[in-house]
Design a binder for this molecule. Sequence first.
Ligand SMILES: CC(C)(COP(=O)(O)OP(=O)(O)OC[C@H]1O[C@@H](n2cnc3c(N)ncnc32)[C@H](O)[C@@H]1OP(=O)(O)O)[C@@H](O)C(=O)NCCC(=O)NCCS
Length: 115
Amino acid sequence: MSEPVQNATKDSEKGNEDRLKPKTIPWEIGNITKANIKQLRLINIHTLPVRYSDKFYDELLDRYDNKYLQYAFVNGFVVGAICARVEKEENLSYKKLYIMTLNVLAPYRRFGIGK
Ligand SMILES: CC(C)(COP(=O)(O)OP(=O)(O)OC[C@H]1O[C@@H](n2cnc3c(N)ncnc32)[C@H](O)[C@@H]1OP(=O)(O)O)[C@@H](O)C(=O)NCCC(=O)NCCS
């Protein structure tokens, strides 16, 4: 009779350990390009309270270094994006990275993608 109780205790301890581990999911980054920029508009509409103008999307790739315009992909599907730009102020010796938008679709949050 005592055997199942001991096993149950071990299972629940394992459960606690699992809950403490950070959740992970395989994902990768990829460039935002003219060919796929409509995905950015969609993800922004679904995750942000503000609406960006057509001008914002039209000018994004021409105005800013695409190193900082990136998607997060899971299984080939866009699940997140970051649009950032480098800013240099005259009186500062360093550059700043200004994040314009950062978003991850709700089902894919808390997996470390935004980080
Ligand atoms: C903000 C956002 C991009 C985070 O994406 P994510 O993939 O879930 O973030 P991560 O899992 O990488 O977590 C990054 C860090 O933020 C914390 N975090 C994420 N969501 C959080 C929330 N809702 N409240 C408090 N902290 C949060 C995480 O705990 C983690 O911190 P840690 O390093 O101390 O553990 C995502 O919640 C989102 O798209 N929100 C809606 C859009 C938005 O508000 N964007 C920001 C303004 S442009």
